[in-house]
Design a protein around this ligand. Sequence first.
Ligand code: COA
Length: 261
Amino acid sequence: MADMQNISLSTEGSILTITINRESKLNALNSCTLSELKEVIQSVYDDKDISGVILTGAGEKAFVAGADISEFSLLNELNARKFAEEGQEIFEMIENCHTPVIAVVNGFALGGGCELAMACHMRVASANARFGQPEVNLGILPGYGGTQRLTQLIGKGRAFEFLMTADMMDANQALSFGLVNHVESDKDSALAKAKEILGKTSAKAPIAIGLVVDCVNAVFNHDENGYQTEANAFARCCGTEDFKEGAKAFMEKRQAEFKGE
Ligand code: COA
């Protein structure tokens, strides 16, 4: 991968941590950052040695404070649809990735930052996290899937309130609304919690884990029969070597050793 300006990567075992690294601009997503993010996510699709991904923001103050507002002057009615669709495509890549992706939300997750966190499979927040979709303050609305995913995660009435008022919710509110899975005291503890979860998922059969992603996402795809998707996924798992190993290991009272085959 070419040198990146706004994203840094680190690997611990098979866990990849992707850090949006534009701290002076509260990690706002400019076009360069988005294209780097797309490249990194593509590399996760291509690398079977990565068993889990953590996505976070540099520093303590922000996960991501939104799309980069300084680039908004370029937007007009003709090019804005493409702008939204390109962002949506990257966030869908995250949502559909067969490798579990956890957002560790430190500080502000606003606009595109909240949308990015919601595209991840799970969210662990530090106590200072603040979530919101403040786009109506700017005369727009979320364009990277925020109206859809916020409604899926916290329900219609609450989504209307946050989308229409631009109010922020704190970490505990986000927890009680189901927007985040866990709240930890600080960023380090949130990272540790995410690693603990990925330590568990990494020990499971990778094909089954990937198909869980397809099945859960099918709930929200109106063109898809999720029950059929599940039955197909179940059948696919039963054709794997890992299924044989899982059942055999249980009978032999030992830990299964999955190979992703
Ligand atoms: N796009 C571009 N730059 C941003 C940004 C964004 N979404 N959010 C923050 N920044 C920049 C600020 O312009 C500032 O840059 P500067 O130091 O060169 O002036 C820097 O990040 C620090 O932000 P600042 O506003 O000074 O910090 P704060 O603590 O006073 O406020 C926020 C923090 C998050 C409340 C405030 O930055 C904010 O409201 N950001 C925009 C959030 C938003 O509307 N996001 C949705 C966009 S669609």
